[in-house]
Design a protein around this ligand. Structure first.
Ligand code: MIG
Length: 781
């Protein structure tokens, strides 16, 4: 049911005039004559929450999305009124609430410019079928406004002119036009007049967003139940909007470093001899790899928490031996529990009343891989605890290092809507409801329970979980992949868009099935996809297995060499990526930045899809067409150094960049210092003795976290500021100077002159120096 906000006005109801205003500390309640209440909560100076009730009362305030550690507090707050408005002012915003119709307008406090304003504003329609309301909001689309975010949508990064639906859906072999797919992230960013804001609609019912599609100057969002409950988040920088959204909905803990290595997957590697054949080949061919996956065939009759003893006679031994070679074993766990009285997980779930039921009492029975199944109600906290404890044997005893949650949309086979019927009941942490409300968070709650289980039994190691279905906030518990894509060039484009969009939507730890899940890529497509995937936070090849092999060596020697080269580059960049991850979890800074996010003031960036910034200093642009020898791309403003040639380009323009099958366009921001590890076959293979710092010379002043650099025409000064107590194993830095405009005469480390025998500066411009320096001075002629 798509309700068209403009055309179908008949059933719409609107707030009337305000008759009372109640103030609490950070909370204002406005009640209208016809019983609408608007509650505005000032979360921070730049974040306002709007909740609307009809019929004069609110439901219990409960959210799975909001992180319990989200920050609150503001520097300034006052409320005034005049004849027409109530006026709430914070240190960042002015918010007008119109007395006659409850409409809202939000301004930047600094220059009084309009940021966000109601068009029809809040309105609703009674839902006669299900009870409650269909809650709607419409706003003015400002002149030149662009829209970004919304999770895994496959459309252009800029969504202006599009309409989307949010209903978590198993979408085998989805297309560019398929919507919705696996995730529901009801968060978007608006950008106009160089300023940006975000809207997070915290409502789990099926919802819709229209970005000036139905009407050119109107955006709207609505849901088939629940409350109109949204957060307005002001930037004006997009990065601040995303970081505030990340603060509200949370970020993950630091993942183990190996999870940022390369992962190999297929449906399925079995029996054990096949698994070992694959892992041995990685080591023989010297292609780095950290993780190997077991898909559903490792189980006995697809029963979760069991092993097929014919194919895997001694899982503990296998997992240990793989680990000795650096391979972490990750196993799939689906939500469907096979109906089988001889299966203890089923029996226990039944005895304890943990499975979902239909409205009138029967169990929710659905077919998945094991045949007929019942499904745990993961929205019940007691069920989550039970589920977490089921991982004891897998993780603590067998030694599995990560868990892969699939089919948790939840997906059900052989039914028209591919999921539970709407009447299925859920606990929803004590807020009992139907599947209409719980559907979009079912997979999230499964991932949450899985995360707590893996965490508990992996302790003191950190957990790794990957999920297919997700709602806002799922990033606190799990990484994710983009589901069942296809081995086509179009899907390479989609994978690029989705990874950027997920990062903008607070979910950086994401990646695609490299090479495509359905179908088989040719060598060129596979190589191009690896070249992109090497720059996605989650880096895994996966395929359905129906269409032939998909390993790095499948496509002949030339492709194998290219794939190895890019996986090696990924391993070299691990300390750089880990730093980006650190910034993500501490500050909410997305690990990938679309160009618009990197430079929102440059309107040229507003419609770019392909180029993105990896971390904050490396720009990457995938090759997404066959037979390419390079491509045109937009280089953002500033000076950039070609990663392969050290050639300097001035940005702010479109340009052709060579990139035969061996390379893709990669540029490093001038002035960057890129830390690199030596290549390892897996994380921890080598004790790191030396970290390379690639220094991209630039005249002027700037800083990168722990390093700052000042370049003058004949000197270069690098300072190191250390934070954190972790004692690194390496003793030296190898500093590689790119683009140094002078010949080195003298080098001082912490004011002592270094002799040239100790450092070999000229020729390749490389210095090897002890790691504990604070001040490095390089003097030229
Ligand atoms: O119905 O477990 O997206 O990654 O290999 C297919 C088998 C079920 C779908 C997942 C895919 C996985 C496959 N699964």
């Amino acid at each position: 049911m798509i309700i068209n906000t403009e055309i179908d006005k008949k059933g719409n109801q609107y707030p009337s005039k305000i008759v009372s205003c109640k103030k609490d500390i950070d909370n204002f309640s406005f009640t209208t004559e016809n019983g609408v209440i608007l509650q505005v909560t000032v979360i921070r100076d730049s974040i306002l929450r709007f909740r609307y009730a009809t019929d004069s009362h609110f439901e219990t305030d409960f959210s799975y999305a909001i992180d319990e550690n989200a920050s609150t507090g503001f520097n300034k707050l006052k409320i005034d009124e005049n004849d027409d408005f109530y006026i709430i002012t914070t240190a960042k915003l002015i918010c007008h609430i119109k007395k006659i119709d409850l409409k809202v307008k939000i301004y930047d406090v600094l220059d009084n410019s309009i940021i966000f304003e109601d068009e029809l504003g809040f309105h609703w329609e009674e839902n006669y079928d299900a009870g409650g309301d269909i809650v709607k909001m419409s706003n003015v689309a400002q002149e030149g406004e662009s829209f970004y975010g919304m999770g895994d949508k496959t459309a252009n990064t800029n969504m202006r002119g599009r309409r989307f639906e949010n209903w978590v859906t198993d979408s085998y072999a989805f297309e560019r036009s398929t919507d919705p797919i696996y995730k529901t992230i009801p968060f978007y960013i608006g950008l106009h007049h160089k300023k940006s804001y975000g809207i997070f609609f915290d409502n789990t019912f099926r919802s819709f967003f229209d970005f000036a599609h139905e009407r050119r100057h109107v955006t709207s969002f609505w849901a088939q139940g629940g409350e109109m409950n949204y957060y307005f988040i002001y930037g004006p920088k997009m990065n601040d909007v995303i970081s505030s959204y990340s603060d509200l909905t949370g970020t993950p803990e630091l993942p183990p470093l190996w999870t940022l290595g390369y992962h190999q997957c297929k449906w399925s590697y079995y029996p054990e001899s096949k698994v070992r054949e694959i892992t041995t080949k990685f080591r023989d061919l010297r292609i780095p790899c950290d993780a190997i996956y077991l898909d559903i065939d490792y189980m006995e009759d697809f029963k979760c928490f069991t092993w097929n003893k014919k194919h895997f006679p001694n899982p503990k031994k296998m997992v240990k031996e793989l680990m000795d070679e650096g391979f972490k074993t990750i196993v799939i766990i689906d939500p469907g529990i096979k109906i089988d009285m001889d299966y203890d997980v089923f029996k226990e779930g039944l005895e304890k009343d943990y499975f979902c039921k239909r409205a009138d009492g029967p169990y929710m029975k659905g077919k998945v891989w094991p045949g007929d199944c019942y499904f745990p109600d993961f929205t019940n906290p007691e069920v989550r605890t039970w589920w977490s404890d089921l991982f004891k044997d897998l993780v603590e005893n067998i030694g599995v290092k990560g868990v892969w949650n699939d089919m948790n949309e939840p997906a059900v086979m052989e039914v028209p809507n591919k999921t539970f019927p709407k009447d299925v009941r859920h606990n929803y942490d004590g807020n009992y409801c139907s599947h209409r409300k719980a559907h979009n968070v079912y997979g999230m709650q499964m991932a949450r329970a899985t995360y707590h289980g893996v965490k508990k039994y992996a302790h003191p190691k950190r957990p790794f979980v990957i999920t297919r279905a997700a709602f806002s906030g799922t990033q606190r518990y799990s990484s994710t992949w983009t589901g069942d894509n296809k081995a086509t060039w179009e899907h390479l484009w989609i994978a690029n868009i989705q990874a950027q969009r997920m990062a903008m939507s607070g979910f950086s730890f994401a990646g695609s099935d490299i090479g495509g899940f359905e179908g088989q890529p040719d060598g060129e497509l596979y190589a191009r996809w690896i070249q992109l995937g090497a720059f996605h936070p989650f880096f895994r090849t996966h395929s359905s297995g129906d269409h032939g092999d998909q390993e790095p060596w499948t496509f002949g020697e030339e492709i194998t060499d290219i794939v190895r080269k890019f996986i090696e580059l990924r391993y070299e960049l691990l300390p750089y990526l880990y730093t980006a991850f650190w910034n993500y979890l501490n500050e909410g800074t997305p690990i990938l930045k679309s160009l618009v996010l990197y430079d929102q003031e440059d309107t040229q960036t507003h419609h770019r899809n392909d180029e993105f910034i990896f971390g904050d200093k490396i720009m990457v642009c995938p090759i997404i067409e066959p037979n390419a020898k390079g491509r045109r791309m937009y280089i953002p403003r500033g000076k950039w150094v070609n990663f392969w040639t050290d050639e300097i380009v001035e940005g702010g323009k479109e340009t052709w960049v060579d990139a035969d099958i061996n390379t893709i366009p990669i540029f490093v921001k001038q002035g960057a210092i890129i830390p690199k590890y030596p290549v390892q076959q897996y994380v921890g293979e080598k004790k790191i003795k030396e970290v390379t710092l690639d220094v991209y010379y630039k005249k002027g002043n700037f800083s990168l976290r722990n390093f700052s650099l000042v370049g003058k025409s004949n000197t270069l000064n690098i300072q190191q500021h250390k934070i954190g107590k972790f004692i690194t194993s390496y003793e030296t830095f190898k500093i590689v100077l790119h683009g140094l405009p002078f010949k080195i005469l003298k080098i001082y480390i912490d004011d002592e002159q270094f002799l040239f025998e100790d450092v070999k500066p000229n020729g390749d411009n490389t210095l090897i120096i002890p790691k504990e320096f604070t001040n490095l001075n390089i003097i030229g002629e």
